[in-house]
Design a protein around this ligand. Structure first.
Ligand SMILES: C[S@@+](CC[C@H](N)C(=O)[O-])C[C@H]1O[C@@H](n2cnc3c(N)ncnc32)[C@H](O)[C@@H]1O
Length: 139
């Protein structure tokens, strides 16, 4: 197995132009799932910080979470954060438990036409994507 390749594909970092478009609309100030290298905002949390354990309340969050088995925990966290806005870039998997529990009929959903090219890749992702918007909720 090519370890370098597989760790690269786990990152799925957001294409900068795609982020820039969303950022114009939402003016993000927190990226809770990142490395120092791929952080999209000045304020960010890395795996070492563990963005799941930090408060996102009151921030304008852009979150493209790790796409592993924990993805539902990130969506739950986004849905529960208060006082700001949480925008998540997710694989468009409408059969998942987290989609039905936290997103469907609860958040704004924007299904993307075509497929993103993550992390500067020449190839399109092997899955469709969606943008989810959890709007301001006050405490
Ligand atoms: C899909 S990538 C998105 C990267 C980048 N923020 C972006 O949007 O381009 C997910 C990132 O989450 C980081 N990550 C993994 N576990 C994390 C955790 N518990 N807390 C914060 N970041 C984590 C990974 O290192 C990876 O860089």
């Amino acid at each position: 197995m090519n370890v370098h390749f597989s760790s690269e594909t786990n990152e799925w970092s957001t294409p900068q132009d795609f982020f820039d478009q969303l950022n114009k609309e939402f003016k993000f100030n927190l990226d809770p799932t990142s490395t120092k290298e791929n952080a999209k905002c000045k304020k960010f949390f890395t795996e070492k910080d563990n963005g799941l354990e930090k408060s996102w309340d009151g921030f304008r969050v852009f979150c493209n979470p790790p796409y592993g088995r924990e993805i539902g925990k990130w969506v739950k966290k986004g849905s529960e954060s208060m006082g700001g806005v949480v925008v998540m870039l997710l694989p468009a998997r409408t059969d998942t438990r987290y989609f039905h529990e936290y997103i469907y009929n609860k958040a704004e959903i924007r299904f993307l036409k075509g497929r993103l090219k993550f992390g500067g890749s020449k190839n399109s992702a092997p899955f469709p994507s969606m943008v989810i918007i959890f709007k301001k909720k006050s405490k």
